[in-house]
Design a protein around this ligand. Structure first.
Ligand SMILES: Cc1ncc(COP(=O)(O)O)c(C=O)c1O
Length: 381
């Protein structure tokens, strides 16, 4: 099988000896992102903040791009927060809970998606978790865990460890039918897979930009449906979140009607410039083009894993995965293999009981071949 390439692969300047298979942790920066950051730094050094209004225009473009990425035309519903965990905390501690209510989710979630709901225990809100390892129908089983006290279902679209991609539309439809809110952590899918807000039925969508979106760490998308935006209690306050943020001498204030109400102070304009540039690349390539390129690379990896007699831990069905392929080499502890791979320039992660590879659209066949050869050598050589 020979992998298709995209002409915008040239945007990546990775060392050819490095096998970068770690987009599920931190994606590399495209050239245009590096250039945008360098330009921003140069402008800052030479002109101070003289161009501040232009910087804010970049921020506006970013909000539009993020809205488009989730299939929304409402950029006023997008807040720019520090990270996914902060966005989840804004939701968890903003919803008007009643004692005795519960949140339904998945036991094997990334810690931020568990800890934040467990933190509601002192308010009498319980976290009910589905054991994925015991489920052959995760969507159905999540719905079955709900009862009349369930206020929220909170899941990652794509599970971080082994890459299971959930059918959000199915869960979203259940939530709507039962007056349950639906919170989607989309960090492991956005940038790799098309996302439709309408189809998902999500009330909240959160995702940091440093994985599949090729952005920097520390700048995250937070979408809240307009109806919930107004009812979510606020816990962070400052000049930026008010209706008239430029009027420092106005003493009576109200929170901005837009999602900006969740942004209490100065924006991270350095990261804004970086993420805006990265998303421009995603838009230039097109998510609908990116998805099959990633699928091809994952299929390639699965074939190579099978051929070598390694054990695939990720779902086999393409509709059940996005860009994560986790596997094990029988009789070789992943705890031993992982550091050896890293020391040999295979940038990957140890997750879900195995080695996690996460290629993106620009990953070349040479990279995949080299990575699998190194696994073979280090495990069996
Ligand atoms: C599913 C998931 N959610 C959240 C995070 C953490 O995001 P952040 O650091 O932006 O809070 C990760 C990081 O790996 C993740 O995989």
């Amino acid at each position: 099988m020979s992998l298709q390439r995209h002409r915008l692969d040239a945007e990546f300047a990775l060392d050819p000896e490095l096998c970068h298979l770690n987009h599920a942790a931190i994606g590399p920066w495209p050239r245009r992102t590096m250039e945008a950051v360098c330009r921003f730094a140069t402008d800052n050094a030479a002109r101070g903040s003289l161009d501040y209004l232009q910087w804010l225009e970049v921020e506006t473009h970013l909000r539009h791009r993020l809205a488009r990425l989730i299939g929304s035309d409402d950029s006023a519903s997008i807040a720019l927060l520090k990270n996914t965990s902060e966005a989840l905390s804004v939701i968890a501690h903003g919803l008007p809970w009643r004692t005795g209510e519960n949140v339904v989710g998945i036991a094997q979630e990334f810690p931020s998606n568990r800890i934040v709901w467990e933190s509601l225990a002192p308010r009498g809100v319980r976290w009910r978790a589905l054991d994925l390892d015991q489920s052959s129908d995760p969507e159905g089983d999540l719905c079955a865990l709900c009862d009349e006290h369930t206020r929220l279902i909170a899941v990652s679209w794509v599970q971080y460890a082994r890459g299971l991609r959930l059918d959000l539309a199915r869960i979203g439809a259940f939530c709507r039918a039962h007056d349950i809110r639906f919170c989607v952590d989309a960090i492991q899918g956005l940038g790799a897979q098309p996302f439709s807000l309408a189809d998902s039925g999500a009330d909240f969508v959160v995702a940091d930009g440093h994985k599949w979106m090729f952005g920097p760490e520390g700048l995250a998308l937070f979408y809240a449906a307009p109806a919930h935006r107004q009812t979510l209690g606020l816990h962070q306050f400052g000049w930026h979140m008010v209706a008239n943020p430029g009027d420092f001498e106005q003493y009576d204030w109200t929170p901005a009607p837009e999602a900006r109400r969740f942004e209490c102070g100065s924006p991270n304009l350095l990261a804004v410039h970086a993420l805006e540039a990265s998303l421009s690349l995603l838009e230039d390539v097109g998510i609908s083009r990116i998805e099959p390129l990633i699928r091809e690379r994952c299929d390639w990896l699965i074939e190579a894993i099978d051929r070598r007699g390694f054990e695939l831990l990720s779902p086999r069905a393409p509709e059940r995965r996005a860009g994560i392929i986790t596997f094990r080499v029988p009789e070789v502890a992943s705890e031993r293999l992982y550091p050896a791979l890293m020391a040999n320039q295979v940038l990957c992660a140890q997750r879900g009981g195995g080695i996690r590879f996460s290629p993106h659209f620009h990953t070349t066949e040479e990279t995949l071949t080299l990575a699998m050869e190194r696994v073979e050598q280090l495990a069996r050589g």
